[in-house]
Design a protein around this ligand. Structure first.
Ligand code: ATP
Length: 204
């Protein structure tokens, strides 16, 4: 069984993944894979440079993420083109990673992805676990962790999938407006239910 873990910026996806890992559950991070597929020498990088021009490459031939982000930020068609290049490759590589993890015999595995729903990766998982926090907490935790002020953090949150939409698509929810103990208790309960997966109906 594969559990997709998602949530907005600073909702606590990595924190939750680490809490499952303590219980022996491995995970693959879609952000890591998204970086792997555009590493120098990868076909996706060549295709991006061909489509968007060599200005999106740094002098050492690696992807200049900031330049690419600026190019696609306000241009929906450019963003869709970028996604046409990257998303299928990300899904393919994720599937390979997940297969590898499953072969190691864990009772279930996690796919941690900020864009689980937006990228269609939810089709690869059996259940979607949403990490939920009110936007005010997202803003505070983002500003505390990253080099952004609260106004910038609010703008990032506003550009993401709305909280209600994410919740509407969740099979399971962790409420992370809590402390470490509150989080650990919810993870323990979900872990117990996921291990008992035979009692779950298949996802429709
Ligand atoms: P992103 O997708 O933006 O990288 P994320 O969803 O993986 O973030 P984390 O990195 O796990 O989120 O958490 C964001 C920040 O909030 C971190 O600094 C983390 O330590 C803190 N945090 C997470 N959960 C809690 C909690 N229950 N109480 C206090 N702080 C928390």
């Amino acid at each position: 069984m594969i559990i997709g873990v998602t949530g907005g910026i600073a909702s606590g996806k990595s924190t939750v993944a680490r809490a499952f890992a303590v219980r022996g559950i491995p995970w693959v991070d879609a952000d890591d894979v998204a970086r792997e597929i555009v590493a120098p020498g990868q076909p996706a990088l060549a295709e991006i440079a061909e489509h968007f021009g060599h200005d999106v490459l740094a002098p050492d031939g690696s992807l200049d993420r900031r330049a690419l982000r600026e190019l696609v930020f306000a241009d929906g068609e450019a963003r869709r083109q970028l996604e046409r290049i990257t998303h299928p490759r990300i899904r393919q590589r994720l599937a390979a990673h997940l297969k590898q993890l499953q072969a190691q015999g864990a009772p279930y595995v996690l796919l941690v992805s900020p864009l689980l729903f937006e990228s269609g990766q939810d089709a690869m998982v059996d259940r979607c676990l949403v990490i939920d926090v009110p936007e005010t907490i997202q803003v505070t935790r983002t500003a505390a962790r990253d080099d952004v002020d609260e106004a910038q953090a609010r703008a990032i949150v506003a550009a993401q999938m709305p909280r209600e939409e994410r919740l509407a698509r969740a099979d399971d929810v962790i409420d992370n407006a809590t402390d470490e103990a509150g989080l650990a208790a919810q993870v323990a309960e979900l872990d117990r239910r996921y291990r008992d997966a035979s009692s779950w109906p298949p996802r429709t």
